[in-house]
Design a protein around this ligand. Structure first.
Ligand SMILES: Cc1cc2nc3c(=O)[nH]c(=O)nc-3n(C[C@H](O)[C@H](O)[C@H](O)COP(=O)(O)OP(=O)(O)OC[C@H]3O[C@@H](n4cnc5c(N)ncnc54)[C@H](O)[C@@H]3O)c2cc1C
Length: 158
């Protein structure tokens, strides 16, 4: 029985599913479109962080500092993990002295992350009924940081 459902086969969903698989889960990824990869399919495949955390904060002051710290400290290791899964590095640096990262072949990222994961395309999570074990409306933060009920599509922040 599938105990973990991941919504969306973009970079975030695929990475989460691949890691969950490593940890022993058997995730099912539901992708609403016919393709996997999301925005990454359009990107040039450079995954990077600022070289300096202070520079990161000054460029993105409204970001969550704790989350930014995690990205700053762990990204290099995570890129090793991605390469270890088989994603092909095409350039070892970003070419920008302010940033640290690598350029990957995006098709190989998709292949590496999806290799052992079950993916159903053309399947939107919104088409499924929510299991009874999840209580109450799903809460999301909108781009203004306010909570809203995703079931109220016309919600406008005040
Ligand atoms: C042209 C371009 C160039 C870029 N270049 C870079 C770059 O060089 N370096 C970099 O770091 N970043 C780059 N980015 C940004 C980066 O690609 C994105 O931030 C990243 O891919 C986002 O991944 P994600 O999984 O969070 O979201 P998404 O890629 O948006 O994936 C979400 C997935 O979920 C699916 N989905 C949505 N709703 C549902 C639902 N209800 N049920 C099922 N599936 C659903 C969508 O179809 C999609 O496949 C670029 C983006 C673009 C557009």
């Amino acid at each position: 029985m599938t105990e973990l459902i991941v919504a969306g086969a973009g970079m975030a969903g695929l990475a989460a599913a691949a890691r969950a698989r490593e940890l022993g889960a058997d995730p099912l990824v539901l992708e609403k479109s016919a393709h996997i990869g999301g925005s990454m399919r359009l990107s040039s495949g450079v995954i990077w962080r600022y070289a300096s955390f202070d520079e990161f904060r000054s460029q993105c002051p409204d970001g969550d500092a704790a989350l930014q710290q995690v990205v700053h400290e762990r990204l290099d290791e995570d890129l090793d993990w991605l390469a270890g899964l088989g994603a092909v590095v095409t350039e070892d640096s970003t070419g920008n002295p302010l940033t640290v990262g690598r350029r990957f072949d995006t098709q190989s990222i998709r292949d590496a992350l999806s290799r052992e994961v079950t993916i159903s395309s053309d399947m939107s999570l919104g088409n499924l009924s929510i299991p009874e074990t999840i209580e109450g409306p799903l809460q999301h933060k909108n781009k203004f940081g306010k909570d809203y009920d995703k079931n109220a599509p016309n919600y406008e922040p005040k």
